[in-house]
Structures are given as structure tokens and as C-alpha cells.
Design a protein around this ligand. Structure first.
Ligand code: URA
Ligand code: SF4
Length: 248
């Protein structure tokens, strides 16, 4: 038996004793037993014991720790060509979390998300619904390192990086998520459908409402996408303006 098993057994025994003593005392004063239903003491004890923590695991990390893990990450080949990792930035807890694809050249050079031409355009979208990364939005990407020549990230790169984003979402606690571009939609909603098919309705990710729209870089190349994006932004703003949905 390992030391941990010894500890768990002793703790289980102590807990049972404690509950028994409490129940006896309650019975003396004519109250109902403390635990009317059967308790799984072993399971309870397992949840109380410190878990063996893998230093690379994202579970239980805070945002600073998570960023530190990303900065040292070599889980996929994108680590070989990056200049900086791009973790994401903004306000926590966020009203809105915007999730893009991955860093471009300016982001790779600066280490900051959405700071190039597409990023400035995204900022103007947010401004149009009175939001910003300085006041109530958090901005991040599916992959934290730039794919060479801005190619789409490969499936294995997305899979390697996604645990960071998932933990980030838990920590950022957005009221709503806006996915920009097909790569973000495919990764988070696990569907091969294009944005044209996905936009215009609400999805859920871990209970959080999700709206999909086009990527700002795509809209810069195709003016016709401006109107649908504006509709999607209005949907986000309307959701947040509904009192029951927001902390405001
Ligand atoms: N495009 C993205 O998807 N993310 C960035 O951070 C910059 C450009
Ligand atoms: Fe690690 Fe993600 Fe960068 Fe790949 S893209 S090296 S998984 S941080």
C-alpha cells in the first residue's frame, strides 16, 4: 500500500467516525441523523486529497500560470518557427470573448493578439457595439503560435493547443463567445460547416452561448460580408443587453 493509500484509508476512517459521533449526538437531542443518505466516504476522501499534479497540466492553473505554460510550450511544430507566443488579452471576467484563428506576422512580432490590420478592424467592430478589449472584452486565438506564411493550423496543431484555450475560457468566464472565422468555428464547435451555414444562430460551448461570424481579414477582402457581420454583432449586443443574460 502506498503512502497516499494509507492516508486515504485513515482519512476515510476518521470521517466515518466523525459522522457517527455527530449522528449519536444529534440522536441524543432528538434530531435526524446528519447524513440521511449513504455517503461514499472513499470518493469523498479522494476529492479531498491533493492530486498528483503534472507540471504541464492546465488543470487548476490560474491565468498567469497558464500563460507561463504557453510561453514554454513545445507541444507542436509551430513552436519551432514562432518569435513570440500570443496568449491573448483583455478584461476578466469578460462580457464577450472573441476567438480568432492564430497569430499573424504582427502578432508574432509583438506577442499581442489581433494588433495588425485585421485586429484594428476587429477593434472597430467592437467599438460599434460600445465594447473594447480595454473595458469588457477578452481576445484570444485557437493556436497560440503563428503558422508559417499564415497558413491554416493543421488538425494536430489545433488539438495540441486547444487545452490552453479551453482553460482560458474557464478563467475568462465570458457571458458570450464570438468565433471569428472558419478555423475557430471548426475547432470549438467541432463541425466542418462553413461560417455561412453556422452564423445567425446561437450555439453553446460548456453552457456559454456562442455566435459565429466571418474573420475580419476575410471581411477586409470581401465587402459583401460587412452586412452579415454587422447583424451578428447586433445579435451579440442584444444578447448582452437582455437583463437576464448579463451581469452588466
Ligand atoms: N488573425 C487572427 O485570427 N488572430 C490574430 O491574433 C490576428 C489575426
Ligand atoms: Fe504549444 Fe500551441 Fe504553440 Fe503549438 S501552437 S507550440 S501547442 S502553444
Amino acid at each position: 500500500m502506498t503512502a497516499d493509500q494509507d492516508k486515504a484509508e485513515a482519512l476515510t476512517y476518521a470521517l466515518k467516525q466523525f459522522v457517527n459521533v455527530c449522528d449519536e449526538a444529534e440522536a441524543l437531542v432528538g434530531h435526524k441523523p446528519l447524513c440521511a443518505t449513504e455517503v461514499d466516504y472513499e470518493e469523498l476522501v479522494q476529492s479531498m486529497l491533493p492530486q498528483t499534479i503534472d507540471p504541464q497540466s492546465v488543470q487548476g492553473t490560474g491565468l498567469k500560470q497558464l500563460q507561463h505554460l504557453v510561453e514554454g510550450c513545445k507541444k507542436c511544430r509551430l513552436s519551432e518557427t514562432r518569435t513570440h507566443t500570443v496568449f491573448g488579452e483583455g478584461v476578466i471576467p469578460a462580457r464577450l470573448m472573441v476567438i480568432g484563428e492564430g497569430p499573424g506576422a504582427e502578432e508574432d512580432a509583438s506577442g499581442r493578439a489581433f494588433v495588425g490590420k485585421a485586429g484594428k478592424y476587429l477593434d472597430s467592430w467592437l467599438g460599434a457595439i460600445s465594447m473594447s478589449r480595454e473595458t469588457n472584452v477578452y481576445i484570444a486565438n485557437i493556436v497560440k503560435c503563428r503558422p508559417p506564411e499564415n497558413r491554416n493550423p493543421e488538425g494536430d496543431e489545433v488539438a495540441a493547443c486547444l487545452p490552453y484555450l479551453k482553460r482560458q475560457i474557464q478563467l475568462v468566464k465570458p457571458q458570450i463567445i464570438l468565433l471569428v472565422g472558419a478555423v475557430a468555428c471548426h475547432a470549438l464547435l467541432q463541425t466542418p460547416d462553413g461560417v455561412g451555414k453556422l452564423r445567425g444562430r446561437f450555439f453553446r460551448y460548456e453552457g456559454i452561448p456562442v455566435v459565429a461570424t466571418y474573420h475580419p481579414a476575410g471581411v477586409l477582402r470581401n465587402e459583401e460580408l460587412k452586412r452579415p457581420v454587422w447583424e451578428d454583432l447586433k445579435k451579440v449586443a442584444a444578447y448582452l443587453a437582455t437583463p437576464l443574460n448579463g451581469r452588466s
